[in-house]
Ligand binder design. Structure first.
Ligand SMILES: NC(=O)c1ccc[n+]([C@@H]2O[C@H](COP(=O)([O-])OP(=O)(O)OC[C@H]3O[C@@H](n4cnc5c(N)ncnc54)[C@H](O)[C@@H]3O)[C@@H](O)[C@H]2O)c1
Length: 457
């Protein structure tokens, strides 16, 4: 099929590359002319495992092309897919300006019976609004607007796209839905489940899915806090609850609060939709506040660890919002590092991929060549991103480099008992940070027998 993708960002490029890999003829368009020029020259704007190979292969056989010439890229295509950004608006709503602007700009060039589909994460009712925008421009033109939300994750975007859990196709017209089914036929034939629904449901599915996943993270962080005061272990608790198939083991790891380009803005947009449509989402409202608190609280805990040290230095490992991406949008580092600096703490950072993106946003931080360089002379080592390379750091070398052997690990990469053996004060999340034997001997839980008089439930 002939597909044009409007917006060559994370989602647009991955989608374009993967659709060309499935055999479709794809043109990616972007208003950023420089980006298009670089793409044509084979310079890719971000790092994503496996994406370069697919792009190079499909560019070579011209199944994947890039253009900044909207008219020729949109005329005569079977599908025009919108993958532009939908950032957070001033009241938390999804700012649809890029979507509206894109629709206005390509509407004059749409051929009859084109299916427009919204890949961007958009508020309920946006497909219908886009239909109106195009209809205003083109009057009697026969076309459809559908919704096809994307669930890929940065860091595993290519495999997520090519082996998705499900494909959601939202169409208010049968023929339009059939066109999208044909687009995804190679994946559907491999047994990928299909959810066929109306546009409004498809739009809601994306937000509800992200809100639910974010809730799992927020809940796990709160349970981790409880584990810390009960000298428990969040890993055991998460395993114990996650093996229940109704819950599942994914997203049950504690951390410094969720970030990234999706969860923060999508939870806010979901809450906003609830408020706007008078169907409040109090769980999500609480989650948003709690996640923000989480990041502030981690910074407070770090400051407590180094209280009283004049000219304190902290080594921060990880600027990306998660491992295997160079994306720093709403990452924990962007909130925690400035909080430390505000308290006059010097920060030296390292991230294997994301330093280039983070450096302009954290101008007062200095950047290290490697994790040991970052740790050199620091009073505390703070781990914010779960990069695999951090897990294999040599504790002996770290201990040697640090001025004080204190590690605050927000990703639980090390074994507390091992770290204690190396002489570290090791703080991790949701774990007692004391040897298991000692934990079993001193049970800090309230004595239930003493409370026998209280009503049981
Ligand atoms: N990043 C993710 O992991 C992810 C996952 C699922 C869904 N989404 C959703 O997909 C959408 C895109 O996200 P992203 O991360 O790819 O954004 P992005 O910022 O990386 O890319 C958006 C691109 O659209 C371009 N653009 C904006 N207006 C345009 C126009 N009128 N014409 C042509 N190009 C235009 C921008 O120049 C930019 O290159 C968002 O709605 C996001 O919520 C993102």
């Amino acid at each position: 099929m002939r597909v044009t993708i409007i917006g060559a960002g994370y989602v647009g490029l991955t989608t374009g590359a993967c659709l060309s890999e499935l055999g479709h003829d794809v043109i990616c368009v972007d208003i950023d002319k420089e980006r298009i020029a670089r793409l044509k020259a084979g310079v890719f704007p971000f790092r994503e495992a496996g994406l370069d190979e697919i792009m190079i292969r499909n560019m070579a056989c011209r199944r994947l092309r890039f253009s900044d010439h909207l008219a020729s890229a949109v005329r005569g295509r079977d599908i025009v897919m919108v993958a532009v950004g939908t950032p957070k608006g001033v009241r938390g709503e999804a700012d649809l300006a890029f979507v509206r602007q894109a629709a206005q700009s390509f509407a004059p060039f749409l051929s009859p019976r084109t299916v427009v589909t919204l890949k961007s994460t958009v508020a309920v009712g946006t497909a219908r609004e886009v239909r109106e925008i195009i209809a205003e421009e083109r009057g009697a033109l026969d076309f459809w607007v559908t919704s096809n939300p994307e669930f890929l994750r940065e860091g595993s975007a290519v495999s997520d796209f090519l082996t998705p859990d499900r494909i959601v196709i939202g169409a208010d017209d049968r023929d339009a839905g059939e066109r999208l089914i044909k687009l995804y036929r190679p994946l559907l034939d491999r047994g990928v489940p299909l959810v066929e629904t109306g546009t409004a449901d498809a739009e809601l599915i994306k937000y509800a899915a992200n809100a639910f996943l974010a809730l799992k993270i927020g809940f796990t962080n709160d349970v981790a806090d409880l584990c810390e005061v009960t000298e428990g272990d969040i890993n055991s608790v998460a395993k114990g609850i996650g093996l229940d198939p109704r819950i599942g083991t994914a997203f049950l790891k504690p951390g410094p609060g969720y970030g990234g380009s999706c969860f923060p803005k999508d939870t806010e947009a979901f809450a906003w939709i609830g408020r706007a449509l008078n169907a409040p989402q109090p769980l999500i409202e609480a989650l948003i506040a709690r996640n923000d608190y989480r990041k502030r609280h981690i910074a407070e805990r770090v400051l407590k660890e180094i209280a009283g040290i004049s000219g304190a230095q902290v080594a921060v490992l990880g600027a990306a919002f998660k491992a295997n991406t160079d994306d720093v949008r709403e990452s924990a580092a962007l909130q925690i590092v400035p909080a430390l600096q505000k308290a006059n703490v010097g920060v030296k950072m390292f991230d294997p991929w994301a330093s280039g993106n983070a450096a302009p946003l954290l101008p007062s931080a200095t950047w290290a060549e490697d994790p040991y360089d970052a740790a050199q002379g620091a009073d505390l080592l703070l781990i914010l991103t779960e990069w695999e390379m951090f897990r294999s750091l040599d504790p002996a070398r770290l201990a040697e480099a640090l001025r004080r052997p204190v590690v605050f690990d927000c990703r639980n990469l090390f074994d507390p008992e091992q770290m204690a053996l190396y002489g570290f004060r090791y703080v991790s999340l949701g774990r007692a940070n004391v040897p298991r034997e000692r934990r079993w001997r001193s049970n800090p839980l309230p004595n239930n027998r003493q409370k026998a008089a209280s009503p049981s439930t």
